[in-house]
Structures are given as C-alpha cells and as structure tokens.
Ligand binder design. Structure first.
Ligand code: ZN
Length: 206
C-alpha cells in the first residue's frame, strides 16, 4: 500500500458490513443495541496484533469512567471478509466480523459500567452491577466464577484455558488488571473481562 493512500475498498466493505450489524442490533430487543452504543467510534488499523481490539488500561489510552470507547479493527482480516469460523476461545464460538464487533462492543460496555455511580469504587474495572447478561463474570466479589486466559492453549487445537474457581477481592479492595506474573494471585481482572466478552459475543441478546 502506498503511504498516504487510504485503503478505500477495505473501508467501504467494512462500513457496509458494520452498518448492517448495527442496524440489526437496533431491531433487536434493545440489549445488544445498548452494548454496541458504547462504541464511540471504530477505526481501521491493519497494524494491530489481533483482528480487533478495544485496548487495555494504561497501554492504549483507555481511561476509567468514560461513557464510550473507541474500537480498532483490521479490515484485512480474512475471517472478517469471508465470515470464517475462527475457532472457539475458552469454549465460546467465534465466527466472522459480527462476533468481533459484539466482543469489542462488550468490552466498551464493560468499561462504560465504570462510569456508573458507585459501580467501581476501587477503580479496578471489576464492577458491582452488570445489567446485561452475563451478569456475574466481571462482578467485583469473592464469589467463585470461571474466567479465561486466552493466551495459553489448554491443549493443541484448543484455544485458551478456562480458569475455574476465580474470585476477586470485593468492591472496595483493588484487584490488579494483570497479576505480577502468571499464576500469581487471583486478581487477573483482564481474564474475567475476556471470559465475559467471549461469552457475550458467542450468543448475543436478540
Ligand atoms: Zn477481548
């Protein structure tokens, strides 16, 4: 690609597909629309490591307490263009651009929840009230739940590892986004956010 020349065909294709996906969400019962409405805007970026991302606190300018968030997509991703099954992550199916949009939209929604009154007192991104299912994976409590480490495969051909019996420190004691090193502590908020996003996107509300 020549520097300074926009990949216009990619942009047109992507724009048409995302417009359809947003339109179908608006016709649904409302919950999917509420989630997608937390995407402030999306940009196309062929340099991101994965096919889509919302970013992480501290590394991509993600700011706690905002009402909406920016999502980046790589419109060149083959799985998006051909609507391919990319394989389940932590047991949750992933097919095409719709799945990625719903996954990243859920990340935007998770982050939006920090902007709600007294919903994240310790500002660790695990929250007290999650109005749209799944309602308890990112809950800031000591209740046991299963989370997802997407970066380590449980076995060959099985993407991600389910981490059972996970719990957090509760609403007023800060939980780290990442643990100091893998296997240390029970405080990987990021793993809960991913389990929540993969679960939501595998069967979004209709
Ligand atoms: Zn994610």
């Amino acid at each position: 690609m020549c520097p300074g020349h926009r990949p216009d065909s990619q942009r047109w294709w992507f724009q048409a597909r995302t417009r359809d996906l947003f339109a179908s969400a608006a016709n649904a019962n409302g919950d999917l629309y509420k989630v997608l409405s937390k995407i402030q805007s999306y940009s196309l970026d062929a340099t991101i490591r994965g096919a889509a991302e919302t970013g992480s606190p501290g590394s991509d300018g993600i700011v706690w307490g905002q009402a909406q968030y920016v999502v980046r997509f790589n419109a060149f991703a083959t799985a998006f263009r051909a609507n391919l099954n990319s394989g389940a992550v932590c047991g949750q199916a992933r097919i095409g651009l719709a799945n990625a949009l719903h996954h990243e939209g859920r990340h935007a929604y998770q982050a939006y929840l920090t902007s709600q009154q007294s919903n994240d007192e310790d500002k660790d991104w695990a929250v007290d009230l999650i109005p749209i299912a799944p309602a308890s994976i990112i809950e800031d409590s000591t209740r046991m739940r299963t989370v997802c480490d997407p970066n380590h495969d449980a076995s060959p051909g099985v993407i991600g590892t389910l981490m059972p019996n996970w719990q957090f420190n509760g609403p007023t004691v800060f939980d780290p986004y990442y643990a100091p090193s893998p296997g240390q502590g029970m405080s990987w908020v990021w793993w809960a956010l991913e389990m929540d996003a993969y679960t939501f996107a595998a069967s979004p509300p209709r």
